[in-house]
Each structure stands twice: as structure tokens, then as C-alpha cells.
Design a protein around this ligand. Structure first.
Ligand code: TYM
Length: 325
């Protein structure tokens, strides 16, 4: 059976971008593939973080996974740092990959600007560790948002290089695309992101919070008319209407826009109600897992045991091929 791997950092609660770009893809694949879904805590610590709350944040993502419908009977749930082979493989792969290519990656450049006082080796190394995550399980499909495409390309390059130096070992992973692989931000530009305040809606937000967050989303004056803009706050709100399948509303508000009589408060209210409706069952179900810590512990432990076993199989082969044993 083909393998699938994906991971999410424990930088806060899951937002709509994580849900549409990654989790929906995971849900679509868990029935027909051998899947490992991870909380990538070692990637989490490449930007400033609080060691006192990290472990709890990791657990919250596991609970979010379970609540969203990832089923430990169908897939393996992993906490990255508990499977030590990730780091071992990352180091070995780093010895065959050039530094200059890593320095050129857009995410590294962005993070350097975002955290000028926190430009660490781990940040540069991020895509190598991510390649190791995927290749450790010989995964062929990776459900992630479009922003991760450059990293998947690095994983493919590393797989090709390894295969050509040491013999055929790794498949070349492909991104599994979901319909919402680019969820726009609520601040008018860029993608929804945990690190940009005001840009996101969390899966745990109640209706009032969703309303407040949408109220802050920029729009134009509403009396411009003509064709809908392709970028900016208004375009992003329409993209969200489409993502939530509010097709009728989309047509109505587009007509209103053209006629210079669009009321953004109405549009935002329709959107808020629909988003909350989609999130409500998730929020109710989450409590079941929050109230059952023993179950969550046992799922985490089982994931570690099974994933370590799978990881060790690959590592035995890699150590041998690289001449280390
Ligand atoms: P992270 O935590 O930044 O993002 C987790 C997932 O959410 C997706 N995502 C989005 N998708 C659509 N629209 C958005 N606005 C949006 N924002 C976030 C991301 O594409 C991602 O799928 N580097 C990875 C973590 C990772 C990983 C891996 C993933 C580490 N090792 C191995 C796959 C395989 C990341 O972006 O995390």
C-alpha cells in the first residue's frame, strides 16, 4: 500500500488554512493509504516558542487531529521528536545537499525577515528535516497546502540525489492537492497564517469570535462597481464564500458589487454563520477527547511504537547503503 505523510507544527490552535490545506487531504487519504500524520515539534522550535507550553500545544494538535476525524485505526499519529530516526536521517541527508539551495528558499528568506534575531541553523535545516520526515516512511503522497510546494521539491531533489549516489531507495513524493490549498488571509494580503495576527479563524472559535475576526477584514467602499477585484480584502472574502460553497450568495453579492450596492456586513454575517456551522460539530466532539486523557495517551504511545518500527526499517537500509554499518 502506498504511504502518505504529513505534519503540522504546534504553533497554536489549528486554523481554517491548516484544515482546508492539510487536514482535509489527510481525511481523504486515510481510508486508502498507509498514512502517518505527525505533530512536527522539532520544526516548531525553529521560531521563538515557550518551552513551558510546547508539550501541551503538541497534545492539542493531536486532539485536533482526532476531533477532525483522523482515526488511529486507519492511520498512525506521531509526535515527531519521539521517533528519533527523523533527526538521524535528516543529518545523513544534510551531508548530500548544498547549503546555497537552502539559503535560496522563500520560507527561509521570509522567516529571516520575520525573526531577524532568531536566524538559527534549525531554520536553514528546516526543509532537510522535512524531507527526512517524508522519506523516513518512503511516503509518495504529502497532503499539504500550496505554500509547501518548494519544500516538497527539496524532498524530491534529495531523494533523487540519494538514489543516484547510493542506489534506488526513496520514491519521489508528490503534493496531494486539496480544494482549499490556499486559504487567503483576513488582513487583505497573503495567506491565512498563525503568525500573522488578525489573519486567521481558528477551528475552536465561537460565532462571536468569528464575527469579530471577519469584522476586521478590510474591504473597499462598496460603491466601486464593475468586475470583482482579483486581489485584496474583497477578493479574499469572495474566495472564502466559494470555499464554503456559498454559491448562491456568491452570485448575489457579485451582482450587488457590480451594481455598487454591496453590503459587506451582510456578506460577512452569511460567511460567519456558515463557518460556525461547519466548525460546531468539531467543537462539540473535541470535548470528548479533552475529557479522556488516558485514551489520548494510549493513542500517542501506540503511534510512537508503530512509527519507530517503520522508521527503523528505512534507517537500517540507509545506514547500510551509506556504508555506516
Ligand atoms: P505548518 O504548521 O506551517 O502548516 C501546516 C499545514 O497547513 C497548511 N496551511 C495552509 N494551507 C492552505 N492555506 C493556508 N492559508 C495555509 N496555512 C497553512 C500548510 O501548507 C501545511 O500543510 N512545513 C510544514 C510542516 C511539516 C511537514 C513535514 C508537512 C514538517 N514536516 C512533512 C508535510 C510533511 C508546515 O507548513 O507546517
Amino acid at each position: 500500500m502506498k504511504r502518505v505523510y504529513s505534519g503540522i507544527r504546534a504553533t497554536g490552535r489549528l486554523h481554517l488554512g491548516n484544515y482546508f490545506g492539510a487536514v482535509k487531504g489527510m481525511l481523504a487519504l486515510q481510508d486508502s493509504y498507509d498514512c502517518v500524520f505527525s505533530v512536527v515539534d522539532l520544526h516548531t522550535i525553529t521560531i521563538p516558542y515557550d518551552p513551558k507550553t510546547l508539550k501541551q500545544s503538541v497534545r492539542e494538535i493531536i486532539i485536533d487531529y482526532l476531533t477532525a476525524g483522523l482515526d488511529p485505526k486507519k492511520c498512525h499519529l506521531e509526535i515527531q521528536s519521539t521517533v528519533l530516526q527523523h533527526v538521524e536521517l535528516a543529518y545523513l541527508l544534510s551531508t548530500i545537499y548544498q547549503v546555497s539551495r537552502l539559503e535560496d528558499l522563500p520560507t527561509y528568506k521570509e522567516k529571516k525577515i520575520q525573526y531577524p534575531k532568531y536566524v538559527n541553523m534549525g531554520l536553514l535545516y528546516y526543509p532537510v528535516l522535512m524531507a527526512a520526515d517524508i522519506l523516513l516512511y518512503k511516503a509518495e503522497l504529502v497532503p499539504v497546502g500550496i505554500d509547501q510546494e518548494p519544500h516538497i521539491e527539496v524532498a524530491r531533489e534529495i531523494a533523487r540525489k540519494f538514489n543516484s549516489m547510493f542506489g534506488q531507495t526513496f520514491p519521489q513524493p508528490q503534493r496531494f492537492k486539496t480544494e482549499g490549498d490556499y486559504v487567503p488571509s483576513l488582513v487583505g494580503a497573503g495567506k491565512m497564517s498563525k503568525s500573522i495576527s488578525g489573519s486567521f479563524i481558528n477551528l475552536t472559535d465561537d460565532l462571536e469570535t468569528i464575527r469579530k475576526r471577519l469584522a476586521g477584514a478590510p474591504t473597499d467602499s462598496g460603491v466601486i462597481g464593475g468586475e470583482l477585484p482579483k486581489t485584496g480584502g474583497t477578493a479574499n472574502l469572495f474566495a472564502l464564500l466559494r470555499l464554503f460553497k456559498l454559491d448562491k450568495e456568491c452570485i448575489k453579492f457579485e451582482q450587488d458589487y457590480k451594481a455598487k450596492k454591496i453590503r459587506y456586513s451582510e456578506l460577512k454575517e452569511a460567511l460567519a454563520k456558515t463557518i460556525f456551522k461547519e466548525l460546531q460539530p468539531f467543537q462539540a466532539k473535541r470535548k470528548e477527547f479533552e475529557n479522556n486523557p488516558t485514551l489520548v495517551d494510549s493513542i500517542i504511545e501506540e503511534g510512537q511504537i508503530k512509527c519507530s518500527r517503520m522508521a527503523e526499517e528505512t534507517m537500517k537500509e540507509v545506514r547500510l547503503k551509506m556504508g555506516l554499518v
